[in-house]
Design a protein around this ligand. Structure first.
Ligand code: GAL
Length: 685
């Protein structure tokens, strides 16, 4: 754990609660009411200044810090800590006007002009210079302010620029990566379509919409963009650290965000933070939310910060459905259950104008009479009861591969057997049955250590590097179970088909070769029969599989591939590899994954039916555990709005929210949450 985060945690003393606070949008008179209500709601941390550049530097080099001095002092006087943002996600009008070359150009050649936010080219030296200046001025002024608890750099980094500046930064990045043009030409396979480069000046970012451009070039430009954005973050991080080194520095990530490789970014921060807005209009949005929470925890294998969520509706979608009563509380505890050490919102007080004027807030337009305010204030009052759980960790036996290179390979390049892969959706489909069966799941990337897991799941790992292939082979040979789904192990890191194909890198692992990939027609389904007599359907994809050392677990019962293998099992050393060569329906995928998990000895976090007299834990109840040296915390969350659940839990615990001892089966009403504390097991002697 970062010592800076230890200090932050000691200062907050439990879970951080609060949100983005934009006093610059309001007259001074409103601020006193703000802090009074913040205290009423139990707010202990606010994020200040995220988009306040124009209010802090109305003209180049003229800083107007008076209002921020007053806001920081006021918050401090009221016992509220500050997560102080650098305002560099929203450059002021003067910067765009005087330096139009700081504006990004989109892939279709249009300038993304002033008037929204994130209108900066991350490679622009002028933008970076002005961002550094305001960051330095803020750091010099506020580093020693007693309210300062955390630095929040920028906001949701994401712009991509197809500018001349970005082209030259891309070339510099490529020179660092490849050294010389011959190596680049080989890596990009430029012998195809006469694409060979003879001078660095000829190399440019790909023109996406107009052509089928080189797949390795597109992949590298995507990698470069993530790195260029990260450089903006680290430049500002280093400025604030130079003024004071013991304050945590981070930025906020987004749900399933493709443009930044968060595994690499997480290493540059003191903690990971997430903004998440699960769609209340979708019944199962809590499943993908749980996956994203697990990803955030896994990125640094540490507790993380829930930086933004909505009190109720958002304003960015076509139809913005509110969170019904109890849903905000449930979602907040869900983040904590997956390792968050905070519940923070966008935003404190709803904005009167601007694009987000109908976005919900902790304090909505209708004030303290509002339902959402009451729910927010109640949650703020309740969280201190579970304060002991802050900072605790988790322990998973199953790991799920979620890797940006693998994602980019599948989705940033044309010319695949099918070009409609939705990587987050495919990963979520593999996560879902394990989540519903109450397994703890870590996310891993190609550099993660595998030995602590019993099972590793690789959904559609199209692009994998050699080192990861060796690590997977060692894992399986050492007794681990791998479950791998179709179109995996196909290309190397340069997006070139591994020879001999297919599946190149994974042939030894899956114990078979594939001579043809066979995408399905729309609506086409195939019956699949398992060796144990069960059946399911599959769609979307088939492969012409030829087992070598593998045995057939399931075959197609009809269609072009009738009688041919659909699912394989291969023994490798002391371990096992299950290969799923098609898109199984939900029951089929669940049976395959859960069968492999059971055989691997992975235990769900709650025994349910295993407890004497206890019924099965229903799918709509989520269960996770966190633990520290003193105690273990069992989180139970009922996602059903209509059904209660009776859960068999170990006796000897205390329900922290109700402060009652737990002796027998626990009843969870619809949307209810229980946090049960158990003394830590004594260390084995
Ligand atoms: C986030 C952003 C916030 C606000 C919020 C609305 O992505 O960081 O500033 O726009 O979305 O849901």
């Amino acid at each position: 754990m970062s010592p800076r985060m230890d200090a932050f945690r000691a200062r907050i003393g439990g879970f951080a609660f609060g949100g983005d606070y934009n006093p610059e949008q309001w007259d001074r008179g409103v601020w006193d009411e703000d802090v009074k209500l913040m205290r009423q709601a139990g707010v202990n941390l606010v994020t200040l200044g995220v988009f306040a550049w124009a209010s802090l530097e109305p003209e180049p080099g003229r800083f107007t810090f008076g209002w921020l001095d007053e806001a920081m002092d006021l918050l401090h006087a009221n016992g509220i800590s500050v997560d102080l943002a650098t305002p560099t996600a929203a450059p002021p009008a003067w910067l765009a006007h005087e330096h139009p070359q700081t504006l990004p150009v989109t892939d279709d050649g249009h300038v993304f002009g002033f008037g929204s936010r994130l209108h900066f080219d991350p490679t622009s030296a002028v933008y970076r210079g002005h961002a550094a200046a305001i960051t330095r001025a803020l750091a010099e002024r506020y580093s020693r302010h007693p309210a300062l608890a955390m630095w929040h750099i920028g906001n949701e980094y994401g712009p991509v620029a197809y500018t001349p500046g970005s082209a030259s930064a891309f070339r510099a990045w490529l020179r660092r990566k490849y050294g010389d043009l011959d190596t680049l030409n080989d890596a990009w396979y430029t012998r195809f379509w006469s694409q060979r480069y003879t001078s660095w000046d000829q190399v440019c970012p790909p023109e996406l919409p107009r052509s089928w451009s080189n797949p390795a070039r597109r992949l590298d430009f995507t990698r470069f963009t993530s790195d260029a954005l990260l450089e903006c973050f680290t430049a500002e991080r280093d400025i604030v650290r130079a003024c004071r080194d013991d304050i945590p520095v981070l930025t906020n990530f987004m749900r399933f965000y493709q443009r930044a490789d968060y595994w690499r970014w997480a290493r540059a921060e003191d903690a990971v933070a997430l903004d998440i807005y699960p769609d209340p209009g979708q019944d199962d949005s809590h499943v993908a939310a749980a996956l994203n929470f697990d990803l955030m925890r896994s990125l640094r294998a540490q507790p993380w910060i829930l930086m933004e969520q909505a009190a109720s509706a958002v304003s960015q979608w076509k139809v913005n459905i509110p969170k019904s009563p109890g849903r905000m509380r449930l979602g907040s505890y869900q983040a904590i259950a997956h390792g968050a050490d905070s519940v923070l919102f966008f935003q404190w007080r709803a904005s009167r104008g601007g694009h987000e004027r109908f976005h919900s807030a902790m304090l909505p337009h209708s004030g303290t009479g509002a339902r959402t305010w009451k729910e927010v204030a109640a949650l703020g009052g309740e969280l201190p009861r579970i304060a002991a759980a802050a900072g605790s960790g988790t322990n998973a036996e199953i790991a799920l591969f979620f890797d940006w290179d693998a994602w980019w390979g599948l989705t940033q390049t044309h010319g695949l057997p099918r070009n409609d892969f939705d990587y987050p959706a495919l990963v979520t489909e593999h996560y879902r049955p394990l989540f519903h069966a109450h397994h703890a799941i870590d996310l891993i990337c190609s550099r993660s250590a595998l030995s602590r897991y019993r099972m590793v799941v690789l959904p559609n790992a199209y692009l994998v590097g050699d080192r990861f292939v060796r690590a997977l082979e060692d894992f399986a040979a050492g007794g681990g179970t791998l479950v791998c789904s179709f179109f995996s192990g196909v290309v190397d890191e340069n997006n070139q088909v591994r020879q001999p194909a297919y599946p190149g890198a994974f042939r030894g692992l899956i114990g078979a070769y594939i001579d043809e990939y066979w995408p399905a027609r729309d609506g086409e389904e195939f019956a699949v029969s398992f060796a144990d007599g069960t059946t399911c359907t599959a769609d979307w994809w088939q492969e012409s599989i030829h087992p070598e050392s593998a045995t057939v677990m399931a075959s197609y019962a009809g269609g072009d591939f009738a009688g041919r293998p659909a699912v394989l099992s291969n023994t490798m050393g002391a371990g096992r590899v299950v290969y799923i060569g098609t898109r199984l329906d939900r029951p089929g995928l669940a049976a395959t994954l859960l069968g492999a998990a059971t055989a691997a000895g992975a235990r769900p976090v709650i025994a349910g039916a295993g407890m004497p007299g206890a019924p099965e834990v229903p799918e709509f109840v989520e269960a996770t555990r966190r633990a520290n040296d003193c105690a273990e915390y069992l989180f139970l969350l009922n996602h059903s709005a209509t059904d209660s659940a009776v859960i068999g839990v170990e006796p000897g615990g205390t329900d922290l929210i109700t402060a009652t001892p737990v002796s027998g089966p626990l009843t969870l009403p619809p949307l209810a949450v229980a946090v049960l504390e158990y003394p830590a097991a004594p260390p084995a002697t």
